[in-house]
Write a protein that binds this ligand. Structure first.
Ligand code: PLP
Length: 399
């Protein structure tokens, strides 16, 4: 037995944050590390949002608690924004403001799952999903798709994994870590199947605005309206407005479920920081021009990184259509001699690359699929080019 509970002892700490921490520690020692680990835009929060927050700090009306579910103005603005951006019409009472999208994920499963309930989890998955399902007493059931299908799972695969214990399906498009975007017909097929099966859907739309090459992010309860009564939509300001540190996300769902989740939140954390909610209000009620500029910059880097990775022998990189990640297979490079070692897993190869090339990447083990690397391209283009060149030079030595 351990000194901490079995529940907490069973958690695998976030690998993406760990890679980022290692890179930061090396940098603090003066090493010129290039980091492809971070899952955050490298742009400042837009000025009008910062100004709204600064004004909010000075107003003592914002120095107390807010309602557990969030500021009424913010819940209303989120409902308006949801209609504007995805065409989903919801009432403010269907919105719960959370401490980041991360807490929305955790609260969604805490609210839906009883012990032993299974959740269908398409992989590669964002590393927080299985942990929050497990913490809530549920069982993640991994359904894996590889690069041959562009990392998209099919209804057939989901059906094969479904059991009488299946309570919910986790859906994430555009996806972290692959950048995959489900086409509208695929969203519709999966939504219809979930509705027929009577299972819940938790759909994470946090990368909705980061799509390229004409791809669009179709929202499940818009494409399959019958599903709305059993759907939780998760979202947040982090990626759209470059506001990762402000910690504001939300969950949208049927009002009875949102009321239950608000009661849970009233004990869990009380409310999201008042000033951060004011900043989020300025963000969601404001224009989308800053995200249009970010998207253009990400798009240029995306093309660059895909073409550079494609030139490295042994690296197989499908073109991502969303988010800010590339997810190549590097399986062909495993088990080959390199600088006196023979890395057998992507964890080992990532460690070797960090040590020998001073480049940080996240190994696929963190996302349920060993044999891959996640490269975040949320970094300056010169750095990106230099970093991939370093990786290419090192990997060229593999025997
Ligand atoms: N959902 C996905 C798919 C993510 O990649 C992230 C962040 O990495 C989040 C949700 C949550 O972001 P935050 O908690 O910063 O709002």
């Amino acid at each position: 037995s351990t000194r901490v509970s079995a529940r907490v002892a069973g958690i695998t700490p976030s690998a993406t944050l760990a890679v980022d921490a290692k890179a930061k520690a090396l940098r603090a020692e003066g090493r010129p590390v290039i980091g492809f680990g971070a899952g955050q835009p490298d742009f400042p929060t837009p000025e009008h949002i910062v100004e709204a927050a600064a004004a909010a700090v000075r107003d003592r009306a914002n120095h107390g608690y807010t309602a557990a579910a969030g500021l009424p103005e913010l819940r209303a603005a989120i409902a308006d924004k949801t209609l504007r951006d995805s065409g989903y019409r919801v009432d403010p009472a269907q919105v719960l403001v959370t401490n980041g999208g991360k807490q929305a994920v955790y609260s969604a499963f805490a609210t839906l799952l009883d012990p032993g309930d299974e959740v269908l989890l398409p992989a590669p998955f964002w590393t927080t999903y299985p942990e929050s399902i497990t913490l809530a007493g549920g069982i993640p059931v991994q359904v894996t798709a590889d690069e041959s299908t562009g990392y998209l799972v099919t209804v057939e695969q989901l059906a094969a994994a479904r059991t009488p214990r299946t309570k919910a399906l986790l859906f994430n498009s555009p996806a972290n870590p692959t950048g995959a975007v489900y086409p509208r017909e695929a969203v519709e097929a999966i939504g219809r199947w979930a509705h027929e099966q009577g299972i819940w859907v938790v759909t994470d739309e946090i990368y909705e605005h980061l799509v390229y090459d004409g791809a669009t992010a179709a929202s499940l309860p818009v494409v399959v309206p019958e599903l709305a009564d059993r759907t939780l939509v998760l979202n947040g300001v982090a990626k759209t407005y470059s506001m990762t540190g402000w910690r504001v996300g939300w969950m949208i769902g049927p009002s009875d479920v949102i009321a239950a989740a608000s009661g849970y939140q009233s004990h869990l954390c009380g409310n999201v920081a008042n000033v951060s909610q004011r900043a989020a209000l300025a963000a969601v009620a404001g224009p989308l021009d800053a995200v249009a500029r970010m998207r253009a910059a990400f798009d240029a880097r995306r093309r660059r990184i895909v073409s550079l990775l494609g030139e490295i022998p042994g690296v197989e990189c499908p073109t991502p259509e969303g988010a800010f990640y590339a997810y190549p297979s590097v399986r062909a490079l495993l088990g080959r001699p390199l600088r006196g070692q023979r890395p057998a897993s992507t964890v080992e190869l990532a460690e070797l690359i960090l040590r020998e090339a001073e480049v940080a990447v996240v190994p696929g083990e963190a996302f349920g699929t060993p044999g891959y690397f996640r490269f975040s391209y949320a970094l300056a283009e010169e750095e990106l080019v230099d970093g991939i060149a370093r990786v290419a030079r090192l990997l060229a030595e593999a025997g």
